[in-house]
Design a protein around this ligand. Sequence first.
Ligand code: 5GP
Length: 194
Amino acid sequence: MTEGGSQRRAPLVVVVSGPGGVGKGTIVEALVQRDPGLYLSRSWTTRAQRPGESDGAYVFTDRATFQRRIDEGGFLEWTEFLGNYYGTPTPEVTPGHDLVLEIEVDGAKQVKARHPDAILVFVLPPSRSEQERRLRGRGDPETNVQARLRKAEEEEPVGRALADHIVVNDHLDDTVDAMLTVIRDERRRRDRGA
Ligand code: 5GP
C-alpha cells in the first residue's frame, strides 16, 4: 500500500462488512460521496454481471485471470463466496486518502490479520423481512436469494465477533452519519498519534 508523505499517518483502512441485502453497496457509495478523503476500492469478481448492474461495480473477470492474480500476490485479500471468487486488489491509495473496502466476513478477517488497526464496521439489516425484500429486489433467481439468506445467517455471528462497530442500517442517512463519525473520530485519534 502506498503510504502518505513522511508527515502523514498511514491510510486508515475502513472495512464495511455485513450480510447480503443489508445495503453495504449503497452505504459505501454515500460514504465516498460525502467524504472526499475516502477512496473506495474496486473488487475483482468471477461472478457474472447482473442485468442492470453498472460496469464499474466490479472488475468482472474469469477464473483463470483471477487465479493468475492470486499467484502473483496481487490481492490484499480474496475469498470464494457462493461459488465465485471475490478479491481486493492490493491497494494504491493516493496520499492523504483513507481506504474503504466493502467485503464479506472472510475477507474482513484476512484484512484484520494483515492490518490489525483496520476498522471493521459490521452492518445489520433492520429486520429479516427487509433484508429478504432487498435481496429479492436485485432480480436474482430465488435459489440465489435462498443461498444468500443462508449465508447471511452464517456470517452474522462471525461478523459481530470481529466488528469494532455494529450499525443497523435502518435509515441510510443515519447509517452514513454514524459511520462518518466513527471515521472522523479515528482520524483525529491517529493524527494526534494516539
Ligand atoms: P455480490 O455478489 O452480492 O456483489 O457480493 C457478494 C459478497 O461478496 C458481498 O458480501 C460483498 O460484500 C462481498 N465482496 C465484494 N467484493 C469483495 C472482495 O473483494 N472481497 C471479499 N472478501 N468479499 C467481497
